[in-house]
Design a protein around this ligand. Sequence first.
Ligand SMILES: [Cu+2]
Length: 171
Amino acid sequence: MVEKYLVVLVVITTLILCNNNVCATDVIVGDDAAWKVPDSPTFYSSWASKHTFIVGDTLVFNFMNGSHTVALVNKDAYETCNTSNVISVKTQSPVRVPLQKIGQLHFMCTIDGHCSSGLKLAINITNESPMSSSPPAPSSAPSASNHLTPFATLIASSSLAFFLLLVGFYC
Ligand SMILES: [Cu+2]
């Protein structure tokens, strides 16, 4: 009985913490490939399609300083690789971009020829759990709980073992 109560308490506490983005994750752009001219021009679009970008996460671009840049651009500039119309450019790796709201973001390298070779990234930021495939609904309901359930379960199960030990000790 006591254990059940404690588990519920731990789960609730974890979910509250996670709602405040304590559990937000860093998403490394390109994973091991990082941010460089890819072998395939579609590399970053296929990378993006395999990842979920959630409000509160942080996008991290790792690259060799001087070899590449990370420019935030609009959709048109992204599609045409127009380097003369950028919103902002960062030149020092790592570039960290907090994902603050639902929507699309477009990035590209401003070094000549790199964008047209595929060094550009478009992402779709949602408020959804990775398990859900439906598009985001504009809702104020907290949805971080689904996102973090496995984590909460892990905490709860390890905490249960700990509390059982404690209960055993005091009894
Ligand atoms: Cu580049």
